[in-house]
Design a protein around this ligand. Structure first.
Ligand code: PLP
Length: 362
């Protein structure tokens, strides 16, 4: 019998969420961000669901871009962190990947590549402009000389300018508008370039979205905003993390549960053991009280999460016992809610589901 612990991936939820993102972005277009194995959903599951619908993908690494080509998609693929090593340029050319350049060493490597490969068939790229995130990118004032440098390179096409917001998850924060104003100056100066400013959260601001948005988390049903969970934004969960009850025991007042005896029964009750733990990617920091759905009913997690198991209080659901289906997150309990309890974000939970958990079509 295969283990029941699994992640069901819902292609129709991915399609619904992408449609919503595309509508919000319009007249800008939305490139689907599928880095980190499609935010933990399995890159190939995500590509099969979305390839007919999306005009462009974005990933973090060259390897992820090559995986998209090996799967067979012909859409443009943007490398959000650009290239790192000189060899990456040959891969970008061979697989038609569009790196986002953010540092002078990348331009030096590109210049060397074009010198050594004068007959290369062409490279299309983006430039990253740092407007306040202070992670990657050239300062706005550095952009014009960099553009001149690129124009001198044969068969190199600069497609656009990209920036990234630091506080777009907070709709009340003025920083997003300030960053948008900075990139707008460059957008006016270079009207022939595509401009891409924001991630999922940017869709919920009143800024000009220019030409391309870069939604990630919302495609998977997680909320990009601090102020709302995914379902409240009309997003559908693309992953349901499922398991089952493998043991049940009665509890007497004073009985503690699990490592560290961190939870103690105060009344007579009944608990169940679920076949999933931090060795599967369920967060060890989820405290007692974190909601878990057993047979569709919400019950609290009790005690510490172990590597392969966790405990739930079944006192309020007397009809449910060994074999009862368990949803850790998905439809009854949103991944955003579990993330709040565990002091993290849906991104970390979804990308943190470990390879031991098979991803299966819903
Ligand atoms: C990951 C990433 C995104 C997607 O962000 P979400 O918050 O998941 O929508 C967009 N742009 C860049 C540069 C990224 O690294």
């Amino acid at each position: 019998m295969p283990r029941h612990t699994r992640a069901l991936i819902d292609a129709s939820a991915l399609q619904h969420n992408y449609r919503l993102a595309a509508q919000q972005a319009s007249p800008a277009q939305a490139m689907a961000v599928v880095k980190a194995d499609g935010y933990g959903h399995g890159l190939l599951n995500v590509l099969s669901a979305l390839d007919d619908q999306v005009p462009c993908y974005a990933v973090a690494t060259v390897e992820e871009g090559v995986s998209i080509r090996q799967w067979g998609s012909r859409h443009p693929v943007v490398l959000l962190e650009g290239t790192h090593d000189p060899e990456d340029w040959a891969l970008c050319v061979r697989h038609q990947l569009q790196p986002v350049l953010h540092s002078p060493h990348q331009i030096d490597q590109l210049a060397a590549f074009t010198r050594q490969n004068p007959a290369h068939p062409g490279i299309t790229l983006w430039l990253k402009c740092n407007t306040g995130m202070n992670r990657l990118g050239f300062a706005p004032a550095e952009i014009p000389p960099v553009i001149e440098q690129l124009q001198a390179l044969p068969e190199v096409t600069l497609l656009g300018l990209m920036t990234h917001f630091a506080r777009a998850d907070d709709l009340d924060n003025a920083m997003t508008a300030r960053q948008n104003a900075e990139i707008s100056v460059l957008a006016r100066r270079y009207p022939h370039l595509s401009i891409s400013t924001g991630n999922s959260a940017a869709h919920y601001h009143h800024n000009d979205l220019f030409h391309w948005t870069r939604p990630g988390i919302m495609l998977y049903g997680g909320s990009p905003l601090l102020s709302a969970r995914g379902p409240a934004l009309g997003l559908q969960p693309a992953m349901q993390l499922l398991s089952r009850i493998i043991a049940v025991r009665a509890l007497s007042p004073g009985d503690s549960v699990g490592y560290g005896a961190s939870w103690t029964a105060s009344t007579p009750g009944r608990m169940g053991i679920v076949e999933i733990g931090y060795g599967d990617g369920y967060p060890r920091h989820a405290p007692s009280g974190t909601p878990v759905a057993v047979g569709g009913q919400r019950v609290p997690l009790i005690g510490r999460v172990s590597m392969d198991m966790l405990a739930v209080d079944l006192t309020t659901v007397p009809g449910l016992g060994v074999g009862a289906p368990v949803e850790l997150w998905g439809q009854t309990v949103s991944v955003d809610e579990v993330a709040e309890w565990a002091g993290t974000i849906s991104y970390a939970l979804l990308t943190g589901v470990l390879p031991r958990v098979p991803r299966l079509p819903a």
